[in-house]
Design a protein around this ligand. Structure first.
Ligand code: HEM
Length: 322
């Protein structure tokens, strides 16, 4: 991905990756985010208040996307409109368009400028704010990372956060509206299980990024030579019958550890998993409480999806609120 070219989380391994990951990783862990729950709850409430008089909404553009923008802007410590503009560029750049198209080039330039400006503006302010940008600038000042790595790190957060949480929130709300077991699981206080099942059943990121074989190997009868590229189809792994009985069905109260691969696995395990989970775990029950008679306008199976190898998200999920 040219946008975050140079050293960044997804294209480094070993010591360099550990050094980069060590900057934000601890600040995005579940425990570190516990005190962010009130902020997320307040953001959900503001959005639901705004929707109170509507008859019909699109879960994607009217609820999931604005919620995700507010939450990521607050966590990162940037203005909401700047965050929304940068994430719009991310979605374009992650989409199916050819990288040489003029719109892609201008999105790339706009994004690069925005990232550099986020870092340089914060550098000239007092440090010590409780946000991710301060942590990144703190690491830059302490020479733990270089300027280019700092800029790429902001880019990695925005790229990673630009679309997948939107899909998760919209899909989990939609499942709660059309699947009685799912709704019951949420209502009975097990929203965590329901969200994991939404992640398994409709993974917002269906493929891992590239991996390159360090030595020849064989996977399920296919020979992989040294240097060959491999991508893991996470969505297929999530329905592996050896792991998930009835994997094509939604079973929101599956017992035991989550087991799905929607956030990847190993050293590159999604750094924003706890942020995405937190948003969905707060948003879904609050949406159901506020709009108890809401229903999907069309069956979820008729949803049109957009996206390519990585991100996939519903174009819209229309809901009648009453
Ligand atoms: C439902 C929401 C999300 C899903 C399904 C998701 C999925 C993934 C997956 C599958 C990977 C691993 C890719 C690989 O191994 O090739 C990953 C990595 C990553 N994600 Fe997420 N992601 C989500 C939300 C977020 C958010 C909210 C952020 C930022 C706050 C984020 C930031 C990152 C970063 C920085 C990496 C690279 C980690 C590394 O290489 O060490 N993601 N994500």
């Amino acid at each position: 991905m040219t946008l975050v070219s140079g050293r960044q989380l997804l294209n480094t391994d070993g010591e360099t990756h550990a050094r980069l990951r060590g900057v934000l990783g601890p600040h995005l862990a579940t425990r570190a985010l516990m005190d962010k729950r009130p902020m997320v709850t307040a953001a959900v409430k503001v959005l639901l208040d705004r929707l109170a008089d509507e008859e019909h909404i699109d879960l994607v553009t009217d609820f999931a996307e604005p919620l995700n923008t507010v939450v990521i802007a607050r966590l990162l410590g940037v203005a909401e409109d700047a965050c929304a503009a940068a994430m719009a560029c991310c979605r374009l750049l992650l989409g199916p368009r050819h990288p040489e198209e003029p719109e892609m080039r201008s999105a790339y330039l706009e994004m690069s400028e925005a990232l550099a400006e986020f870092v340089s503006v914060r550098e000239h302010e007092d440090a010590g704010d409780d946000d991710l940008l301060s942590v990144i600038v703190g690491a830059l000042r302490a020479r733990r990372i270089r300027r280019r790595e700092a800029v790429s790190m902001v880019g990695s957060v925005l790229l990673g956060a630009s679309s997948p949480p939107v899909t998760l929130i919209a899909v989990a709300c939609a499942l709660a509206l059309c699947d009685q077991d799912f709704r019951f699981t949420v209502a009975s206080g097990s929203v965590e299980c329901a969200v994991e099942e939404a992640l398994r059943y409709q993974p917002p990121v269906s493929f891992s990024s590239w991996r390159f074989a360090r030595e020849p190997l064989e996977i399920a009868g296919t020979r992989i030579d040294r240097g060959d590229a491999v991508m893991v189809l996470l969505a297929a792994a999530n329905r592996d019958p050896r792991v998930f009985a009835g994997g094509d069905r939604i079973v929101p109260d599956r017992s035991g550890p989550a087991g799905h691969l929607s956030f990847g696995q190993g050293p590159h395990y999604c750094m924003g998993a706890a942020v995405a989970r937190l948003q969905a775990q707060v948003a879904v029950p609050a949406f159901l409480d506020r709009f108890p008679t809401a229903r999907l306008v069309r069956p979820l199976e008729e949803t049109v999806w957009e996206g390519v190898l990585g991100d996939r998200r519903p174009v819209s999920v229309e809901v009648a609120l009453r």
